[in-house]
Design a protein around this ligand. Structure first.
Ligand SMILES: NC(=O)c1ccc[n+]([C@@H]2O[C@H](COP(=O)([O-])OP(=O)(O)OC[C@H]3O[C@@H](n4cnc5c(N)ncnc54)[C@H](O)[C@@H]3O)[C@@H](O)[C@H]2O)c1
Ligand SMILES: O=c1ccn([C@@H]2O[C@H](COP(=O)(O)OP(=O)(O)O[C@H]3O[C@H](CO)[C@@H](O)[C@H](O)[C@H]3O)[C@@H](O)[C@H]2O)c(=O)[nH]1
Length: 459
């Protein structure tokens, strides 16, 4: 099928590349010229395991192209994905201006051929109908500019386009895997023809033709109305963030009563009603989605006169969790002024280069505020030679430079290479061999044998 994906970030580029890989003809549109040049040269502007390989395969197969020209993309695609960012405004509300610009642009380039306009961006509930209105506005403006005498009140999307909500559930760091092996596909919309086209588009994925385990039953496809699909996305992220805040709260109680949250998480996670995933206590959740999506849902609830007490607490626990590491450093080193703290990991989770709302940023700010010097080593960012917009932190090129003259280390990101560092050598280089394991990830016994004082989170 002919597909256009507008916005080539973590979601758009992965979606475009995976759809091309399963045989569709994809044009990816982005308004960032630099990014488009990189992709046209066959490279991925983001780090995502497996992405470069499928990009190369799809380019070689002639199934994917990149452009800044929205008109070309709209003309090409029977299915048009909107996959631009929806960051948080200072109020917590979702900033939908990029979605609006794209919807208007699509409207202005419609030529009469039927299109399915798919909202893959995470958008406030009710946005499906709003997108439809903006597309019609864009169409009306284009007609007016072309000198057509039209009655805008009579403009109708019928037969011209339908809007479908198709929320995305991929995780950064495993985005390609998640796209080929989804737990479910959610399609929200009112028009059966548009839904049928989406089912045809996803058929190879639903039938597990590109899955790791092809013997699994087909991927469940959940068909809903537009608003319910939009809500599924927010509810899923809010639930997962709440699950983490829950175990973090349990960890904080464990710390006080002398229990071990790692053992507790195992003990409760084996209950199939609870499940063992997303029960890793630590210094809190971050990233480009959970923080903004939970805040946006709270904001939506407030708009409708409802106080989302549980979700507000989810955020509050997380805010506190990020600075628990500081409290633990203060308990261990007493005063932080003049001390040097080394961060193991910067990105919000392993296997990504994404620093959006990374807990490391909060730690760097707080440590600086308290007069500590901050160094960091990240397996990905340290190799790139760029500062990644980080200030007040010295990004080291290897872990020995990081450890050198540090008063404490903090494991911020659970990159797997951190499991097997030469901790004995690092302890020798440090002023005080203390390690705060912000992810309860490392082997306490191994670290103690290497000479470290080990401090976990409720562990
Ligand atoms: N990152 C994730 O893991 C993830 C997962 C699920 C859902 N989502 C949602 O998907 C959406 C996209 O997220 P992302 O992380 O991929 O964002 P991103 O910031 O990485 O990428 C957005 C892209 O859109 C481009 N863009 C902005 N305005 C444009 C325009 N007018 N025309 C063409 N291109 C334009 C930007 O240049 C950028 O390349 C968001 O709503 C997000 O909440 C993200
Ligand atoms: O047990 C856990 C699991 C995760 N985290 C933290 O939670 C954050 C988010 O992790 P994860 O969910 O793995 O990464 P994301 O790429 O942010 O993916 C989430 O956000 C995406 C964007 O909406 C959704 O598509 C995904 O389904 C959803 O998992 C990270 O800071 C993790 O360190 C924990 O602290 N403990």
């Amino acid at each position: 099928m002919k597909v256009c994906v507008i916005g080539t970030g973590y979601v758009g580029l992965v979606t475009g590349a995976c759809l091309a890989r399963i045989g569709h003809h994809v044009i990816c549109v982005d308004n960032n010229e630099e990014k488009v040049k990189v992709m046209q040269a066959g490279q991925s502007p983001i780090f995502e395991p497996g992405l470069s390989e499928i990009l190369r395969e799809s380019i070689d197969a002639g199934n994917i192209e990149f452009t800044t020209d929205l008109k070309a993309g709209v003309e090409h695609g029977d299915i048009l994905f909107i996959a631009v960012g929806t960051p948080a405004l200072p109020t917590g509300e979702s900033d939908t201006r990029y979605v609006e610009a794209v919807a208007r642009g699509i409207g202005s380039h419609l030529t009469g051929d039927y299109k399915v306009i798919v909202n893959k961006s995470t958008v406030p509930i009710g946005s499906g109908d709003w997108v439809k209105m903006i597309v019609l506005d864009g169409l009306a403006d284009a007609k007016k500019q072309a000198g057509e005498a039209i009655d805008t009140s009579n403009l109708d999307s019928k037969g011209l386009f339908d809007v479908v909500s198709n929320p995305e559930f991929l995780r950064e760091g495993s985005a390609v895997f998640d796209t080929f092996n989804p737990d479910r596909i959610v399609l929200g919309g009112a028009d059966p023809n548009a839904i049928a086209k989406m089912q045809e588009l996803y058929e190879p994925i639903v039938k597990r033709q590109f899955a790791e385990d092809q013997s699994l039953p087909p991927v469940p496809v959940v068909v809903t109305d537009l608003s319910s699909a939009e809500m599924v996305k927010y509810a899923a992220n809010a639930f997962l963030a709440t699950k983490i805040s829950f175990i973090n709260e349990v960890a904080n109680i464990c710390d006080r009563v002398g229990a071990d949250v790692v053992q507790v998480a195992k003990g409760i996670g084996l209950d199939s009603r609870i499940g063992s995933k997303f029960l890793q206590a630590g210094l809190g959740w971050g990233g480009s989605c959970f923080p903004k999506d939970v805040s946006a849902l709270v904001h939506t609830a407030t708009d409708y006169g409802y106080e989302a007490i549980l979700l507000e607490s989810t955020i509050k626990v997380n805010r506190h969790q990020r600075v628990i590491v500081i409290e633990k450093l203060q308990q261990t080193l007493k005063i932080l002024k003049g001390k040097t703290v080394g961060l193991l990991g910067l990105t919000f989770k392993p296997d990504t280069d994404d620093m959006r709302d990374a807990p490391a940023l909060t730690l760097i700010d707080e440590l600086n505020r308290l007069g500590a010097k901050v160094k960091a080593y990240d397996p990905l960012l340290s190799q790139s030679g760029s500062s990644h917009g980080l200030s007040n932190v010295s990004v080291e090129t290897d872990v020995e430079r990081l450890a050198d003259h540090c008063d404490a280390l903090v494991l911020v990101t659970d990159w797997d290479v951190f499991e097997t560092l030469n901790y004995k050598r690092m302890a020798e280089l440090m002023t005080h061999p203390v390690i705060i394991d912000g992810r309860n990830y490392l082997d306490r016994k191994m670290l103690e044998e290497a000479g470290f004082q080990y401090v976990g989170i409720g562990h």
